[in-house]
Design a protein around this ligand. Structure first.
Ligand SMILES: C=C(O[C@@H]1C=C(C(=O)O)C=C[C@H]1O)C(=O)O
Length: 313
């Protein structure tokens, strides 16, 4: 005999009970997040990050995109049907974002001088509806906010060959508080669409990020040779055991020299792997390049977005 369909009243009672159960689980999660916050405040990092990681050891920077990427990757594998996976991820992003406040106040500084709607959506889908967003006209202002405002994360469009604002050079400075790239957005797509491997926006924070297990590092190099083809440059990384791709390079004119005269240029490359600043392969690259390069610096890393296609270029 077929089971008698349950009445609307019974089904709703069951939903009410499940909602109560979910609240109980969220309360438990919130209590643990508070404890993590206290541990960071005591100087514990609560993560297995490299020295010099986000905020510097003991600084207690709240937001750890590497750890969050790990969480989301695990959830993306969870059996959620009939709930769609993108919606599950969105719910958990809201859970994570709404609990930041238990550790302290997180702020998001975004560089957007034109259309704000797209990046607003990206930021809200990631940091949640309670995200405190401020807008800035140029990357320098975003980097300034990251340096001055506690627990502030910057969002700046990923550099490309079109851009003529070389803000990423600031991340290779050798003195003072030097912000680093700590992640990229969007990290997931609610509708399950394929995301580009190189995210459209870079997250900037006050120190090196935590590794997430599948990362791309960004490396800054000043090239002294006038004649340095991109191919030869990338080949020197390969000789050091690193898979590098060119992101962009400064124009000679930006460096205040005569473009016709050539001269040193700053290159931004990305490398498949998480590179701590003292990775021996960076030292190997430096030795291999010799006098051709004068300054090499890891300026951060981002977690490869969920479901991103293979690297190109
Ligand atoms: C709880 C932590 O702080 C933040 C909140 C997280 C969470 O809610 O799971 C994860 C990483 C951090 O951005 C942590 O560092 O583990």
């Amino acid at each position: 005999m077929a089971e008698k369909p349950r009445s609307l009243e019974t089904l709703r009672k069951e939903l009410d009970q499940l909602d109560q159960d979910l609240v109980g689980l969220l309360r438990r999660r919130a209590a643990i997040v508070q404890e993590v916050g206290r541990s960071k405040g005591r100087g514990g990092r609560g993560t297995s990050a490299a020295p010099g990681a986000a905020g510097g050891p003991g600084n207690g920077f709240i937001l750890r995109p590497g750890r969050e990427a790990e969480i989301l990757r695990r959830l993306a594998q969870a059996e959620a049907a009939p709930l769609e996976n993108g919606n599950l991820l969105r719910i958990f992003r809201e859970v994570i974002g709404s609990l930041y406040g238990l550790q302290g106040r997180v702020r998001i500084a975004i560089q957007a001088d034109g259309d704000r709607l797209g990046v607003w959506d990206v930021a809200r889908n990631h940091f949640g509806a309670s995200a405190q967003i401020s807008w800035h006209n140029d990357p320098g202002a975003v980097i300034g906010a990251v340096c001055e405002v506690p627990n502030c994360v910057g969002l700046i469009p990923t550099p490309d060959d079109e851009g003529r604002v070389y803000w990423w050079r600031q991340l290779a400075a050798t003195a003072g508080l030097v912000p680093k790239v700590i992640g990229g957005l969007p990290f997931y797509a609610i509708d399950g669409a394929a995301l580009p491997r190189r995210p459209a926006w870079l997250m900037v924070g006050p120190g090196m990020p935590d590794p997430s297990g599948d990362d791309v590092s960004l490396v800054y190099v000043t090239v002294e040779l006038e004649e340095m083809s991109r191919g030869r440059f990338i080949g020197m990384f390969a000789d050091a055991g690193l898979t590098a791709r060119m992101v962009t390079a400064t124009a000679a004119v930006e460096r205040g020299s005569d473009p016709a005269a050539g001269g040193p240029r700053d290159f931004l490359v990305e490398i498949d792997d998480f590179l701590p600043p003292d990775d021996p392969r960076i030292e190997a690259f430096r030795r291999r390049a010799g006098e051709a390069v004068s300054h090499v610096a890891v300026i951060g890393a981002y977690a490869v977005p969920l479901g991103a296609g293979p690297a190109s270029g």
